[in-house]
Design a protein. Structure first.
Ligand code: FES
Length: 173
């Protein structure tokens, strides 16, 4: 009888230890995956802030005078962003109260585009992306039109409704 007991005990112990190590291993794997899952979900869970930024008085912009570079604080700068928390847009006055504003960031990989008045095109210096003056893609790798911001006039100030810097997540090469 005592011999039978001594043969069963090690098996039970082994089974218990196997279950225990599997359970602890599972817990460790779950704990390790939390930061990875959080990092993957962060772009979707993070609130997309939209903020109205004043970029100058209405009379600072000539009517139909082409696009002018305006600078402002990014809509959702990280506390450690420093000067990278600054952003910019291309702004054109279309009438007394109407304006058009495009994000300065190329829709390919985010490089700042440049307005070339002589050709009436936006040029991206990084990979040769070109946009027409209505923001649509003329040529190059950008997968979509330039990002257009809503514009309003309040108390004689031109305001742009900005968002965090637009970044394309799926890229055509
Ligand atoms: S970032 Fe503008 S073309 Fe690539």
């Amino acid at each position: 009888m005592s011999e039978l007991k001594s043969q069963v005990r090690p098996e039970k112990r082994r089974a218990f230890l196997t279950k225990l190590s599997l359970g602890l291993g599972g817990l460790a794997a779950a704990a390790a995956s939390v930061p990875v899952i959080a990092a993957l979900l962060n772009p979707w869970l993070r609130e997309k802030k939209r903020v109205w930024r004043s970029v100058g008085r209405v009379d600072e912009f000539e009517r139909e005078g082409g696009f002018k570079l305006v600078k402002y604080k990014d809509a959702a700068p990280d506390p450690w962003a420093g000067s990278t928390g600054n952003s910019a847009a291309w702004l054109r006055r279309d009438s007394d109260t109407e304006f058009t504003a495009f994000s300065i960031n190329c829709t390919h990989l985010g490089c700042p585009v440049r307005w070339v008045p002589s050709s009436e095109l936006f040029m991206c210096p990084c990979h040769g992306g070109v946009f027409y003056k209505d923001g649509s893609v003329a040529t190059g790798p950008p997968p979509k039109s330039m990002v257009k911001y809503p514009v309003r006039v309040r108390n004689g100030q031109v305001e742009i409704e900005t968002t965090a810097i637009p970044v394309t997540t799926s890229v055509r090469v």
